[in-house]
Design a protein around this ligand. Structure first.
Ligand SMILES: [Zn+2]
Length: 142
């Protein structure tokens, strides 16, 4: 995966892999210095994701499973840490993930209930068949 070409003061590379433009992340792109200054001047107000060069390809993919949610959570934490998204956007992302997880949990419980009901119905139909057979036996013995 391509990552930001910036090398930090201590010699370690910047590990940002999203929002890259010209090989650099939002924080390190020399051509976006003016945008960064303007963003700071606005008191840290976030620029629209689109203006920052953040597109769908930079997002952590599908959000359908708990594992996806974990990946999104990790992404939002890192994106906020490097200033790609602001605290408000990160907060909205986490709130969305929380809602998603609650819905996933509910769907999982409902699926379990349906499965349990199907098992009980199957069990009952076997017991009923045995009961009918036993009644027939008793009636036959009379
Ligand atoms: Zn960087």
């Amino acid at each position: 995966m391509t990552q930001c070409q910036h090398v930090r003061g201590d010699g370690t590379p910047c590990r940002a892999t999203f929002g890259l433009r010209g090989g650099f992340c939002w924080n390190h792109d020399p051509t976006r210095a003016a945008e960064r200054a303007a963003a700071r001047a606005k008191g840290g107000k976030a620029k629209a994701a689109k203006e920052r060069g953040l597109g769908p390809k930079d997002l952590p993919g599908e959000l359908e499973t708990a594992a996806d949610a974990a990946r999104w959570s990790s992404w939002a934490t890192r994106a906020q840490a490097i200033g790609l998204i602001d605290a408000r956007m990160a907060g909205q992302t986490f709130a969305g993930l929380k809602t998603f997880m609650a819905a996933l949990d509910k769907a999982g419980r409902e699926q379990n209930l349906e499965q349990r009901l199907a098992e009980l119905e199957e069990q009952w139909s076997e017991e009923r068949a045995q009961l009918l057979a036993r009644i027939a036996e008793l009636q036959g013995a009379r």
